[in-house]
Design a binder for this molecule. Structure first.
Ligand code: IFM
Length: 465
């Protein structure tokens, strides 16, 4: 293995998780149902019918998980707050027991010398709000602002880094267009309205966070590196539509104060017909960020596909006359995703060249890989493919920083194996293996590798094993 990259003093090494993927305790202490409870309990929606009812039982085992983080040596832990634990129906006063859980978690982290980084929304919308229209309607954005104020009032004194939304692309397009995520809708206009209301919700949440003076606040996007299948005008135009759909729909309003100039090309009359945008929205959405969170996993190759017109009946917002093609000559992770770390460098440098000084500092809030892990006869998990993935992506990140991109931190996805949404527990992303039958945690070789990398930056002797 070539030498590991080094990062400047103050660079934040972290690990990330999300509430529904690890907490379990789905009905405990007053938690209300979320759209993911409904979705995962609907037959046929998730692999093997898996649900987050128990997940990694983190709700009860968080002290053990914080101890794992402490031994890993991370500077920061990114977790998410389950909205339905705080407001079981998405409105009204806070459920004290829900707040208390996150308060205990935050205190445990601080005691271990780890900075908490809280995400306010990682997809578990209270079902009661979905019943009133979900992200299709503006009211949900308003409720999100109120919920943020409740949480921030309670935790802002101890949580320095806040993320409003995680990967709103997934909430809007997988949730309301493709239907592969909760709430499982397949609509065109619904998804576009959801995208806009998520951004409005982000703006209102930023206001609530600013009101209590948090140290850092931002949003996390899953940005794609879209590449043309061939160097033809048609495929290059398909890349523009894919970029609009995945990236520009978020980055333009957030960083440039405008809607993407290419959206007419992408959504045609579907977007022109929309009336969910209000005056003042762009100012609200475009309020300055302290950082932009970027989640990156893989590149996407796109080709022109004129036959994939939006279906006039369903008006699916993701059918934009392009389709995905295989990325050539790359290893694939257990998700089937190609491993191409150079594209990570390219994504970051292209963001910088597109937005220049309007680009805030970045945190890589997720990066990692699902692999076909097994427990070896020595009882360990020798996940060399994951180590190579992390090593090469950190090297690619360092290359982007050398090229002038201001990146302040990196969070591995994920601390623990967990509930991978519609794919249930079949995909393992963790640095730590979870045996779901016993809830036993087994740190994998990648955990030890990451611990050594962090320790080397602290000038501490490498841990023995
Ligand atoms: O598990 C997810 C996470 O919830 C959001 N980002 C991508 C991860 C891997 O698919």
């Amino acid at each position: 293995m070539p030498e590991s990259p080094t990062f400047p003093d103050g660079f934040v090494f972290g690990a990330a998780t999300a509430s529904y993927q690890i907490e379990g305790a789905a009905t405990e202490d007053g938690r209300g149902p979320s759209i993911w409870d409904t979705y995962s309990h609907t037959p046929g929606r998730t692999q093997e019918g898996d649900t987050g009812d128990v997940a990694c039982d983190h709700y009860h085992r968080y002290p053990e998980d914080v101890a794992l983080l402490r031994d890993l040596g991370v500077d920061s832990y990114r977790f998410s707050i389950a909205w339905p634990r705080i407001q079981p129906t998405g409105a009204g006063p806070a459920n004290q027991k829900g707040l208390d859980f996150y308060s205990r978690l935050v205190d445990e982290l601080l005691e271990a010398g780890i900075e908490p980084a809280a995400t306010l929304y990682h997809w578990d919308l209270p079902q009661a709000l979905e019943d009133r229209g979900g992200w299709r309607v503006r009211e949900t954005a308003e409720r999100f602002g109120e919920y943020t104020a409740l949480v921030a009032d309670h935790l802002a004194d101890r949580v320095p880094r806040w993320i409003t939304l995680n990967e709103p692309w997934c909430s809007a397009f997988l949730g309301y267009s493709v239907g592969r995520h909760a709430p499982g809708a397949q609509e065109g206009t619904g998804a576009l309205a959801a995208a806009h209301h998520l951004l409005v919700g982000h703006g209102l949440a930023m206001r609530a966070l600013r009101a209590v003076g948090v140290r850092e606040a931002g949003i996390t996007l899953n940005l794609d590196r879209n590449l043309p299948a061939t160097d033809t005008p048609a495929d290059r135009a398909a890349v523009v539509r894919a970029d609009t759909q995945h990236n520009l729909v978020w980055t333009e309003p957030l960083l440039a104060g405008r809607y993407p100039t290419t959206e007419q090309e992408t959504w045609g009359e579907l977007i022109a017909a929309e009336d969910f945008r209000r005056e003042g929205d762009l100012e609200l959405i475009g309020a300055p960020l302290d950082f932009l969170g970027v989640n990156y996993y893989r590149p996407i190759v796109v080709a022109d596909a004129p036959h994939r017109e939006p279906d006039p009946a369903r008006r699916v917002a993701t059918d934009n006359r392009y389709e995905e093609r295989p990325y050539p000559n790359a290893r694939r992770t257990a998700m089937g995703w190609p491993v191409a770390p150079d594209t990570f460098t390219d994504l970051l440098t292209s963001l910088k060249s597109h937005y220049g000084t309007a680009l805030p500092p970045l945190h890589i809030t997720e990066n990692g890989s699902a692999e076909h892990d097994e427990i070896a006869s020595d009882g360990a998990v020798h996940d060399t493919d994951r180590i190579t993935y992390l090593h090469t992506h950190l090297t690619a990140l360092r290359a982007a920083m050398d090229a002038g991109v201001d990146v302040r931190g990196y969070y591995v996805w994920s601390l623990l194996d967990n509930f991978e949404w519609a794919l249930g527990y079949a995909k393992r992303f963790g640095l730590v293996r979870v045996d779901y039958a016993t809830q036993r945690r087994i740190p994998k070789d990648s955990y030890h590798w990451y611990r050594d990398l962090i320790a080397a930056h602290r000038g501490r002797p490498r841990a023995r094993r």
